[in-house]
Design a protein around this ligand. Structure first.
Ligand SMILES: Cc1cc2nc3c(=O)[nH]c(=O)nc-3n(C[C@H](O)[C@H](O)[C@H](O)COP(=O)(O)OP(=O)(O)OC[C@H]3O[C@@H](n4cnc5c(N)ncnc54)[C@H](O)[C@@H]3O)c2cc1C
Length: 444
């Protein structure tokens, strides 16, 4: 079944919601797709304990009120071709043809391997926050958070609200960098207020600067975590360890569509022009996919991309000053939360890097190309499709990041064989056999 729409928006986070709303306000027919059951993306993820903030409620209410905006939940885009995408939804596939496309695919956490990181009870900081919001029982558990960036504070606040005993937050950035970051916040009063609110909610929780997790220890699950700082090495007993080193843009769909990517530090992001158009005509990108920027960037860029995709260039242009201001805040993050080399050197030769396929660091030495590493070791062939291990290896400097167009091949997510079979004709048209048949074996 092929369905047409004027504007297709992929991703219902703050950027995608704003894009869909802006496009729909011009009367065009809009489809908004997200693999989650609820709209809101990462920051506005449905929380079983707490109602969403007013901005999120408004964005969702406006989305639902528009008769020309069609919302497709639990639908993931698994493959793309010029002018159309293949979606898997409730085990069925459908093809959507679009006039213009807005990619608002967001970001994922950067996880770095360290001894013990595969023990049950060790997770990403954002991942534990997401699980907790969805009802994972955390009450009474002793949790230590570590890594880098503002997400650690947001995750800690969520965990505490759900009854966790937050032992400490270990931030790898040095004191001077954090002070310099804080001294800039007055230029973004909203961020300053947010930081103050988080500090209040985390009163009594130790915020340790220039300290990082070296290893996690335990038997069938984590029991202790080893922290390094200027004070030396310390062991802390805990039930849960949550470690995140910031965020990395999700660029796979853009790459598949042939959109040019560019490096943002060590990782790729989607390259866009002032109108938020990618290098492919009619394909726009907004929010974290274009570089980590936070919710304010996501919202304004989403609105700009939505207006532009609906052909309302003046409305999009009017938002440029707001975008510049929001992006200026985003530029502070890599400068002040720059990762120290110590955290890139934690993995030992026997430490598993690819958790899906059990591939250790030593097995990956000598490959600088993701494809060669994958063919020789199966690294990246599992359910994460290289999103965790490939990103970690890039951060460790062992893989060259893929920034060329068409670097990512379908399917983006592990896909049912039945969907692939049903989509046979689509795939014949959209992918060369060369790419699809070799790459899909590990993921179906
Ligand atoms: C785990 C995590 C937790 C976070 N928690 C916070 C927080 O508490 N506070 C905070 O200020 N910031 C948080 N952030 C940062 C947050 O991502 C941004 O501030 C903001 O949400 C970015 O908005 P966005 O719309 O660009 O992307 P996102 O909010 O990430 O939305 C992207 C959406 O695209 C969908 N998507 C991606 N690929 C596909 C596909 N192929 N098919 C269908 N749908 C797809 C995803 O399901 C997602 O809903 C978090 C980030 C992560 C990764």
């Amino acid at each position: 079944m092929t369905e047409p729409c004027d504007v297709l928006v992929i991703g219902a986070g703050p950027a995608g919601l704003a894009a869909a709303r802006a496009a729909a306000s011009h009367g065009v027919n809009v489809v908004l797709v997200d693999l989650q059951a609820n709209p809101g993306g990462q920051i506005w993820r449905h929380d079983v304990r707490k109602s969403a903030p007013a901005a999120a409620r408004l964005a969702v209410a406006e989305m639902r009120a528009r008769s020309n905006l069609h919302w497709l939940p639990q639908a993931q885009v698994v493959a793309t071709a010029p002018g159309r995408v293949l979606i898997e939804e409730a085990g069925l596939v459908r093809e959507i043809e679009y006039g213009a496309l807005v990619l608002a695919t967001g970001a994922r956490e950067l996880l770095l391997p360290f001894p013990g990181w595969t023990l049950p009870g060790v997770s990403g900081a954002g991942a534990l926050q997401a699980l907790t919001k969805q009802g994972w029982p955390i009450a009474g558990k002793r949790v230590l958070l570590a890594g880098s960036g503002p997400l650690l504070l947001a995750s800690a606040a969520t965990l505490r609200r759900h009854g966790a005993q937050v032992l400490a937050i270990c931030e790898q950035a040095p004191d001077a960098a954090l002070m310099a970051f804080a001294s800039q916040l007055w230029r973004w009063p909203g961020k300053l207020l947010q930081a103050a609110a988080l500090r209040t909610r985390l009163a009594g929780v130790a915020y340790r600067r220039a300290s990082w997790v070296r290893a996690a220890h335990g038997d069938e699950r984590v029991r202790e975590v080893e922290i390094e700082s200027a004070r030396g090495i310390e062991r802390i007993a805990c039930d849960q360890v949550a470690v995140g080193y910031g965020l990395v843009p999700n660029t796979e769909l853009a790459a598949q569509l042939g959109c040019a990517l560019e490096l943002d530090g060590r990782h790729p992001r989607v390259r866009v022009d002032e109108r938020l158009m990618t290098s492919v005509d009619g394909v726009y990108a907004a929010g974290e996919a274009c570089g980590i920027g936070g919710v304010d960037v996501a919202r304004v860029e989403g609105a700009m991309a939505g207006h532009a995709a609906a052909g309302a260039d003046d409305a999009a242009r009017a938002l440029r000053p707001r975008r510049r201001h929001a992006r200026a805040f985003a530029d502070l993050l890599p400068r002040y939360f720059d990762l120290r080399d110590d955290v890139r050197k934690l993995a030992e030769p026997t430490t598993l890097v690819c958790r899906c396929e059990d591939v250790a660091l030593a097995q990956l030495q000598g490959y600088s190309d993701a494809r060669a590493a994958k063919l020789a070791t199966r690294c990246g062939m599992g359910s994460c499709q290289g999103r965790i291990c490939g990103t970690a290896l890039t951060e460790l400097g062992l893989l060259v990041p893929a920034t060329r167009a068409h670097a990512a091949r379908p399917p983006v997510f592990p896909t049912r064989l039945a969907s692939l079979a049903a989509a046979g004709s689509y795939l014949d048209r959209s992918c060369s056999e060369r790419t699809f048949l070799t790459e899909s074996k590990g993921s179906v």
